[in-house]
Design a protein. Sequence first.
Length: 142
Amino acid sequence: MKELFLIAQIAGRGVAIESGQVDSVVDIGDAIAVPRTTRAVRGLAALRSRVVTVIDPAILLGMPPTTLDSSRAVISLIEGHFYAFLVDALEDVALFDRQPLSTGIVTDGLWRRAGHGIVERDGEPLIVLNLAALLPPVAQAA
């Protein structure tokens, strides 16, 4: 059965995000740093009369941080709170058949926990990310 996915780039890697996890996609302004949080929490930002926690998933996935001039973000509502997940680029929205993660795809660390299958786009496998699994422990506790 085909599902709708948003295709994005995180640290130069293509990923698929199930459309049901996406509240909106935005250009986000400056984030105000939050003391005593993990490096992956870039801070808080104002977005349409609400405050969102800005998360850098690249850091959590063990990759180089998203550049500070990157302002593209996927907004997701998780357990009553809005989070902005920084991405390098947003590429497409399309229907795909989700397949289970196969043993041939290397996942480690948080990639394993956050990966919920793969979709194939033009012969390239893209990991389907569960955004809630990308929340750092500090954000989950809040």
